[in-house]
Design a binder for this molecule. Structure first.
Ligand SMILES: Nc1ncnc2c1ncn2[C@@H]1O[C@H](COP(=O)(O)OP(=O)(O)OP(=O)(O)O)[C@@H](O)[C@H]1O
Ligand SMILES: [Mg+2]
Length: 362
């Protein structure tokens, strides 16, 4: 299963430009079959120096990075939750994603129209978030009504659900996003089946240009996001779309002249990984060195399943080398001699950077 990040925002704020930057900017994209599944879905590999360092020692035939799927969702407008614009269809596209990249226009350009003829990032964000809140309100209200009708069948379990959902409904009524409601792990689990939109981890993408107004807009957006506990990533999508078409030398020259230290593209991919709370483990052999993304807290059995269901079914044990140990000793034999080679069972909690060899028998 891949991790999906939906790109949302008002119409004409630069979502597709960003999507093009993300998907064409990374040559490793070609590593995957059916790279572009639909015109608006792109698989983007996660940059990770560790995979390059491992490959320098192992010299594998193939190198495969971990990846995140980005989905370019059409613009949302006021009233989308009531079917306005392309409405509900797009809200359901967002429901299918694990995280949200919310693009906010932070650039002034008289040649690019703004749907409401205003340039105020905070208002733009509020319009979108209000639609998400309204959509969640409707989902929540409908589910409560449905559950109330079923109360005679499984009283205890349904009552438990109703308590959490009423808490959610009260919060949404105040026009607040569910991610700002305190819910414990059990409560989150109880409502996870509803895939609430305002509960999804979010990063704001400030689409900027070279003009001074962008600093002001970016600042506004950062203040707003801080209150919500979300991060803001500035990116000049138009410029980066040009950058990715250049060779390395041209790119360096351009970045220097525009004072860009880090490509927004890499920051977004890294941040996506972070808000999805993913860690990386590696499988490493002559055939392939590969990075795998997995939720923090996963066990070796879940990691095995990520690779192939046979690995899970026939799981015997996981042989593990820490990434830094491998870099230090440079071979499996030397790692073993140093006593750093571990054997773990199915409930072992995978650590970021574990290099794993699964033993299985089916
Ligand atoms: N950072 C930027 N600076 C200036 N212009 C930009 C920037 N980013 C995007 N644009 C321009 O904004 C316009 C809209 O971009 P784009 O088509 O990516 O928006 P969108 O959000 O995908 O729109 P829609 O919702 O209609 O699909 C394009 O003309 C694009 O070149
Ligand atoms: Mg678009």
């Amino acid at each position: 299963m891949g991790f999906k990040c939906g790109i949302i925002g008002l119409p004409n704020v630069g979502k597709s430009t960003l999507f093009n930057v993300l998907t064409k900017g990374n040559s490793a994209v070609a590593n995957f079959p059916f790279c572009t599944i639909k015109p608006n879905i792109g698989i983007v590999s996660v940059p990770d120096n560790r995979i390059n360092n491992l490959s320098k020692i192992i010299l594998p035939k193939k190198i495969t990075n971990a990846f995140i799927e980005f989905v370019d969702i059409a613009g949302l407008v006021k009233g989308a939750s009531k079917g306005e614009g392309l409405g509900n269809q797009f809200l359901s596209n967002i429901r299918d994603t694990h995280a949200i990249a919310h693009v906010v226009r932070c650039f002034k350009d008289d040649n690019v129209s703004h749907i409401y003829n205003q340039l105020q990032p905070k208002i733009d964000v509020d319009i979108i978030n209000s639609e998400l809140i309204l959509a969640d309100f409707e989902t929540c209200e409908k589910s409560i009504l449905k559950l109330q009708k079923k109360l005679n069948f499984n009283k205890k379990e349904i009552e438990e659900k109703l308590v959490v959902l009423s808490k959610c409904l009260d919060h949404l009524k105040k026009f607040l996003m569910l991610k700002t409601l305190e819910l414990d792990e059990n409560e989150k689990k109880i409502i996870s089946y509803l895939r609430f939109l305002t509960l999804k981890p979010t990063m704001y993408i400030a689409n900027i240009n070279e003009q001074k107004e962008s600093c002001f807009f970016l600042n506004e957006l950062e203040k707003m996001a801080k209150k919500e506990g979300s991060s803001v990533i500035p990116i000049n999508s138009n410029l980066e779309l040009d950058l990715i078409k250049m060779n390395e030398d041209e790119q360096k020259y351009f970045m220097k002249s525009f004072n860009i230290t880090n490509l927004g593209l890499n920051n977004i991919i890294k941040s996506g990984y972070k808000i999805l709370n993913l860690i990386t483990f590696f499988t490493a052999g002559i055939k392939e060195v590969r990075a795998w993304a997995i939720p923090n807290g996963s066990t070796s059995l879940q990691a095995a399943d990520k690779i192939h269901s046979d690995f899970r079914r026939g799981f015997i044990r996981a042989q593990i080398i820490n990434y830094l140990d491998f870099i230090k000793y440079k071979s499996e034999t030397k790692v073993k001699e140093a006593g750093k080679y571990r054997s773990e069972g199915k409930f072992y909690q995978i650590q970021d950077g574990d290099i794993i060899n699964f033993l299985f028998n089916v």
